[in-house]
Design a protein around this ligand. Structure first.
Ligand code: FAD
Length: 682
């Protein structure tokens, strides 16, 4: 080839360059491939330690929430840690990760736990795996881990704050170090917000000391970027309960069926209300009976379960909120979380109008904690000062805001004298305003007699506003009342508030609402011969209507079935609010002497008579039925009624057994633990 040494040298250099280039390319490809895999790995990873490390997080806030309260406070706490101390916080539901690597977190990473209690001292549904993880930790298994703990509960329940107390025991056993106190929020005394604020002040001080944190002036740091979208598309949510409802299948509504399921808390079923009627004869109050058709949904319930009903906000409330923050309901936006550990609070892309109507809890009492965070966006100095003053003064806040039953828009417009709060960023509202939660109702039908229909009995929440400006209204019950009025072609002018009954892309047309079933442990004994005593004044009678219908149906299908005594104690004011009064005699006819209903009327005579009085009148029989292996059921208002019934039962047991009240209370607790004294109270 006639190449000299210089040529060979050049060729070698060229070859080397090409090889290196090729290799580099390969190396680059391999590296970027590695990068992608590891990002995807992390995105899909449930290993908490791995995710914390990958996202350079130095604080972990975990919540176990049933109705959204623990979640809201956990998120507020996380935001405050970021805004005041520039901490990099991962805030998440305990159901999203595995915690086996928790002990590997370095000591400067603190874990804050916000734990709600549900039912009889139980963990929320989403925390069952987390509870298992905690119970399995060995002694000393979390030694060196720094934690804070705050519990949410209701002192009117027997196992008050049971779940957070269990967490505390596990933390102690595992030798985790508690920073600050394990405090409890008590919804029973309506002090959740103040309980949280007191705990937070103390805990932040302790954290500042422990982690040597530098506090700076609170500066809002969004967790999302809001991206505006110019044109409406088919995949843009208009308030659908989930993105699954945007699939083409939903365009023919009749085809919404099991293909969208399984239905549950994360995927409600849009069910038609086939019948609704007003149950009260009194015109000053209202109680609605609604029947949801679940046929074709594959959803199942058993007698005694709860129905979750997903509301949307009333026109009047939506309009006031949009006005207060000068929001354009037509703007279409998407939320881009700033890192993959941040979850979107609701389905996006969507419109501002849809988010306010369908996804945000814009009414209800305001928390002093979140009120204070609006200081930075006040329209002028005077308003800023006033807001700061109220946020810092518990008593004044109670007088000027809480006692007037203001919601967020009311309170802000009152403070600003009607001026709009246009400086509040939309992403701030998205992150701070709680998301609209389903409300639960004790099912008043029986799965044995109406397998594919669920009945609920809801008393409409409305009372005169303390400011004299109309009525203070509950969201879901007024929505159910709207449906009842329109369905029965009554006068809508009489309603306090009005709702869009057609819903996003008309999916609620034909009187439909999103629902899901929550299974409960409030159940009849399997043996029908066991005597049962049911105590349910007002809407507390709902599940007992289901129980009785169940027995009637069983008698029909199982010839010769023997029934133990079924005593129902019911309470109402007079005949005008006597629920299902035409049905009970029919049931009595079918069940014969095994069924007896004892009614306490509280407004028929000068002396008010309650279910507790009736229980005492029948004390001997009640006691002997329980002694004979009977079951006691209580449903309705937790505080006054259920506690009152418990006190009467303590009296009865102590008298009849000649034991002290403490011993009697102990015996009733044993009955509760063995499911022979069951409560379904709220
Ligand atoms: P919400 O919007 O939740 O409002 C709640 C209350 O706050 C209302 O009284 C409302 O007027 C008031 N309010 C609104 N705004 C403010 C404000 N700014 N300041 C102060 N107060 C305000 N209920 C039944 O009727 N029947 C049942 O069978 C039944 N079963 C239940 C079973 C369980 C397990 C649970 C947990 C609850 C049950 N409930 C039942 C209660 C039900 O879940 C709802 O809480 C109730 O119907 C009110 O819902 P809402 O959306 O209409 O009111």
């Amino acid at each position: 080839l006639g190449m000299d040494s210089t040529d060979w040298g050049m060729l070698c250099a060229l070859l080397l360059a090409v090889t290196t280039h090729w290799k580099k390319g390969n190396i680059k490809v391999t590296l970027s491939h590695d990068d992608e895999t590891s990002t995807a790995d992390i995105r899909d990873s449930r290993d908490i330690c791995k995710v914390m490390k990958a996202h350079k997080k130095n604080f972990l806030v975990l919540y176990a929430s049933q109705t959204g309260t623990a979640e809201d406070y956990a998120k507020q706490f996380a935001k405050e840690l970021t805004a005041k101390f520039s901490l990099s916080v991962l805030c998440t539901d305990v159901e999203n990760y595995n915690f086996e690597s928790l002990h590997q977190l370095p000591p400067h990473v603190v874990v804050s736990l916000f734990i709600s209690t549900y039912g009889e001292g139980e963990f929320p549904d989403s925390a069952l795996q987390f509870e298992k993880f905690l119970s399995a930790i060995s002694e000393g298994g979390l030694s060196g881990l720094n934690v804070t703990l705050f519990g949410f509960g209701n002192s009117t329940y027997e196992f008050y704050n049971g779940a957070s107390k269990k967490v505390m025991e596990h933390l102690k056993r595992s030798h985790a170090t508690l920073i600050g106190n394990h405090d409890l929020a008590d919804d029973g005394t309506h002090t959740t917000d103040e309980d949280y604020l007191a705990w937070k002040e103390n805990t932040l001080q302790a954290l500042k000391k422990q982690l040597r944190l530098n506090e700076h002036e609170q500066k809002y740091e969004p967790f999302f970027e809001v991206e505006k979208i110019d044109a409406m598309r088919e995949n843009i949510s208009l308030g659908e309960p989930s993105l699954a409802y945007l699939q083409p299948i939903t365009h023919s509504f009749s085809s919404i069926n099991i293909q969208l399921g399984p239905f549950g808390l994360n995927q409600p079923y849009v069910a038609p209300i086939v019948k609704s009627r007003e149950l009260f004869e009194d015109t000053d109050r209202s109680c609605v009976h609604s029947e949801f058709d679940i046929s074709g949904s594959d959803m199942q319930y058993t007698t005694g379960d709860h129905l979750g009903v997903w509301p949307s906000n009333a026109d009047e409330k939506v309009n006031k909120f949009l006005y207060a923050f000068n929001l354009d309901p037509g703007i279409i936006f998407d939320l881009k979380p700033l890192d993959s550990t941040i979850e979107k609070p609701f389905p996006t892309p969507t419109t501002i109008g849809a988010a306010v109507r369908h996804y945000m809890e814009i009414t209800g009492p305001i928390s002093r904690q979140s009120f204070g965070s609006l200081v930075q966006f006040a329209p002028n100095d005077q308003v800023r000062e006033k807001l700061q003053e109220l946020a810092a003064d518990k008593d004044q806040f109670s007088i000027e805001i809480t006692s007037k039953c203001f919601d967020l828009a009311d309170a802000l417009l009152y403070l600003s004298g009607g001026s709009k709060w246009e400086a509040v960023p939309w992403e701030f509202l998205v992150e701070t305003v709680p998301h609209l939660q389903p409300r639960y109702y004790s099912i008043s039908s029986s799965s044995l007699s109406e397998e594919h229909t669920i009945h609920i009995t809801s008393v409409v929440e409305t009372f005169p506003s303390p400011t004299g400006d109309g009525n203070v209204v509950g969201v879901t019950t007024n929505l159910l009342k709207n449906i009842e009025v329109v369905q029965n072609k009554k006068n809508i002018e009489d309603l306090d508030v009005h709702f869009d009954l057609r819903g996003p892309r008309d999916i609620f047309s034909g009187f439909k609402l999103p629902i899901h079933v929550r299974h409960s442990s409030f159940k009849l004994p399997l043996d029908p011969q066991k005597p049962i005593i049911m105590i349910g004044p007002g809407t507390g009678v709902a599940p007992f209507r289901g129980f009785i219908r169940e027995r009637v149906q069983a008698m029909k299908t199982q010839r010769g079935m023997k029934l133990g005594k079924h005593l129902l104690f019911y309470g109402c004011r007079n005949y005008g609010d006597y629920l299902y009064k035409e049905e009970w005699p029919e049931y009595a006819k079918k069940l014969g002497s095994s069924f007896e209903m004892i009614v306490a009327h509280s407004r028929m005579t000068s002396k008010k008579i309650y279910v507790q009085d009736k229980l005492l009148e029948r004390e001997a029989e009640v006691f002997s039925l329980i002694e004979a292996g009977g079951f006691l059921y209580v449903c309705g208002e937790a505080k006054g009624m259920a506690q009152g019934v418990n006190a009467v039962m303590v009296d009865i047991f102590s008298r009849r057994k000649s034991i002290s009240k403490e011993q009697a209370a102990e015996m009733l607790s044993v009955l509760k633990v063995s499911d022979r004294y069951q409560e379904d109270v709220w």
